[in-house]
Design a protein around this ligand. Structure first.
Ligand code: HSE
Length: 308
């Protein structure tokens, strides 16, 4: 028996919501897990590239693979050990670009393996295993449930998630550059401690961001997509970010410009034809710094993972 799961890309943080806010985007990976019939065949991991530009060679094909690690934790949870298993990852989400490719394959592997085992684990267990492997829940929550998710890893390792409606007409444009940024590097530049004033700045921006979503208030949202906890330290790793923030500040119908997850993709949130009006100027920014950039505009992905 084999099970395949389609899982969306995600953009995390959205400015002030470091490690707790995330949103699903309609780009998908497909993860297939099968128990191999031949006993003793061990682990087989195949990666199939669905697009041209992704560095699939960097994905480990042994027990170090994060999908395998997540599946092993699930098997351990039900008191079994993984023996002979084949994992096939069909990638369409760019790797190491801040678009949740690792969360997507972890979630896909877990959902597929859980189905193979007869669904012994509920969503809470799957979410907490996925967050443990990923290190934080902000990508895995929307990868599982779709839409905009507010998530919190609790002290006991459990994860609380709230899904909040994202306005259909708030468009999401991702500016995906042609270089990778390892999340471990993007986290290593963050300070151990921050000032109380920076922490307080993010708390109020994040609280108001949630409020603007409930109110679907784009004018309030414009004031909320700001951050002092991670972007100031990462901006030099994300080429063009400063220039874009300056360009897009106070433009009509542009709600904000943030680093997508740990970068290097940049997310621009707009409404109406806000992005179309500035698209050529955005392209000029990347041309001036000699970076090739794939620009894609989406509406939110609301379905989340799907067993197919
Ligand atoms: N919240 C994470 C970070 C997302 O910013 O490092 C990337 O995995």
């Amino acid at each position: 028996m084999k099970v395949s799961v389609k899982v969306p890309a995600t953009t995390a943080n959205l400015g002030p919501g470091f490690d707790c806010l995330g949103l699903a985007l309609p780009i998908y990976n497909e993860i297939t897990v099968e128990e191999t019939v031949m006993p003793g065949s061990g682990i087989e991991i195949n990666v199939i590239e669905d697009s041209e530009t992704f560095d699939i060679l960097s994905i480990p094909k042994n027990e170090d693979n994060i999908v395998y690690k997540a599946i092993e934790l699930l098997y351990n949870f039900v008191g079994q050990s993984v023996s002979d298993i084949k994992i096939t990852i069909k990638t369409n989400i760019p790797v190491a670009r801040g678009l949740g490719s690792s969360a997507s394959v972890i979630v896909g592997g877990l959902l597929a393996a859980n189905k193979l085992l007869g669904n012994p684990a509920d969503d809470n267990v799957l979410l907490s295993i996925a967050s443990e492997v990923e290190g934080h829940p902000d990508n895995v929550a929307p990868a599982m449930f779709g839409g905009f998710c507010l998530s919190s890893m609790e002290d006991d390792g459990s994860v609380s998630v709230s899904k909040i409606e994202w306005p259909e007409d708030w468009k999401l444009t991702v500016l995906i550059p042609d270089y990778e940024l390892d999340t471990r590097i993007a986290r290593s530049v963050l300070p151990e401690t921050v000032s109380i004033s920076d922490a307080s700045y993010n708390v109020r921006k994040c609280a108001m961001l949630i409020n603007s979503l409930y109110r679907q208030d784009s004018e309030m949202m414009k004031k909320c997509l700001k951050d002092k906890l991670h972007q100031p330290y990462r901006k030099d790793l994300v080429k063009g970010f400063n220039e874009l923030c300056n360009l897009l500040e106070n433009k009509d119908d542009i709600l904000g410009c943030v680093i997508s997850g740990a970068g290097p993709t940049i997310l621009v949130i707009s409404k109406n034809d806000g992005f179309e009006k500035v698209e050529n100027e955005v392209k000029d920014v990347f041309e001036n710094i000699n970076i090739k950039c794939d620009i894609r505009t989406f509406t939110v992905e609301n379905e989340g993972s799907l067993v197919i």
